[in-house]
Design a protein around this ligand. Structure first.
Ligand code: KG4
Ligand code: ZN
Length: 333
């Protein structure tokens, strides 16, 4: 008999639900984005996010079941992002999941948002261990070593801003709309890397990251140029910034992959949609026996199919949440 897992994700600014079959096949995947509502504020406003989730969550769930042609009777487990994220936003998904699971007497499973981003890749291809995941999103920049399913060992992480956060902040400095990542990516392809922005390699052998110095360097460069009456093209700023971010992400991932004898490298999270990062990773790993994998763009940014994919593993490993499952904004992996 097939296994059907329901996933619910409301940790930030997307209200999402999905049903997957046998851990790896998407049956339906619905994402209601709130980006338009947050754009005029230049970033996600938590209170607005929570309200939108409340308005959307039932509709998104109804659409998910309608598209799948299934009912709650067919579902084996309800999985939901319990953290990290915005507390008010997470609470909407957690409560919807609890209500559904409790009323239909189904198992409830809490999923870590980053585990979800990693498991988005398993909807494309089976994992091979040891596996190294580079998770790059608006809230996270982490190198995670996995020796088996559900086993996450963080070997490097950002000490300040996340990669996506740096993209969004630099975009704001250039007066580009939120979220800035995709726009900077596009501009970078029309520009040249004419400014040598810093690359934070940190101590020898460290797999940690730091992007706040780079962000400040971009702001200072623009400020100084303005005072001198010098004008940089946004395209060139974007290209220079992007090459600094991409160089560090690719090099540290490569070194870690070699050091830990990795079989498969996966890139996950919103910034995994970045064209510059994708092509630089492909070039770097071209000659290697290491399998390199990116999720399709639609599965890079927040969605619930990835939560169900990670949830399916937890379900089969016997994990169950209690009925007092709560939103956990600072949850550790
Ligand atoms: O994973 P995600 O949807 O949400 C979080 O969990 O944070 O990632 C959103 C982040 C934003 O910072 C956005 O600017 C960035 O991913 N992003 C990109 C690109 N597409 C989205 N950054 C760089 N290049 C892109 N093409
Ligand atoms: Zn995310």
């Amino acid at each position: 008999m097939s296994e059907y897992i329901l996933g619910i994700e409301t940790s930030c600014d997307e209200t999402a639900a999905a049903i997957i079959k046998d851990g790896r096949e998407i049956v339906s995947n619905v994402v209601a984005s709130q980006i338009e509502s947050h754009k005029r504020f230049g970033g996600v406003v938590p209170e607005i996010a929570s309200r939108h989730h409340v308005e959307q969550v039932t509709l998104v769930l109804e659409e998910t079941f309608a598209k799948a042609g299934l009912t709650m009777d067919d579902i084996d487990a309800v999985t939901v992002t319990e953290g990290p994220g915005l507390v008010g936003a997470l609470l909407v998904g957690v409560n919807a999941a609890k209500a559904l699971a409790f009323s239909h007497n189904k198992p409830l499973i809490g999923v870590h948002h980053i585990a979800g981003h990693i498991y988005a890749n398993r909807l494309v291809k089976e994992f091979e261990f040891p596996l190294l995941a580079l998770v790059v999103s608006g809230g996270h920049t982490e190198l995670i070593l996995m020796k088996e399913h559900g086993d996450f060992n963080i070997i490097g992480e950002t000490r300040d801003d996340a990669a996506g956060e740096a993209y969004d902040k630099v975009a704001r400095t250039l007066n580009l709309p939120y979220p800035g990542g995709p726009k900077i990516d596009q501009l970078a392809h029309e520009g040249n890397s004419v400014i040598d922005f810093p690359r934070a390699w940190l101590e020898e052998g460290s797999y940690d990251f730091s992007f706040s110095g780079l962000k400040s360097a971009v702001i200072n460069t623009l400020h100084n140029a303005k005072q001198r009456g010098q004008v940089y093209r946004n395209e060139d700023i974007a290209a220079s910034f992007q090459s600094s971010v991409v160089d560090v992400l690719v090099e540290k991932t490569y070194r870690a992959a070699k050091n830990y004898d990795i079989k498969q490298v996966i890139v996950a999270g919103g910034v995994a949609a970045n064209k510059g990062l994708r092509s630089a990773m492909e070039t770097k790993f071209d000659d290697e026996a290491i399998d390199l994998m990116f999720p399709p763009i639609s599965l890079c940014t927040d969605n619930a199919a990835m939560i169900a994919a990670a949830g399916s593993i937890a379900f089969n490993q016997g994990h169950r949440a209690a009925w007092d499952l709560n939103a956990s904004p600072g949850l550790d992996l």
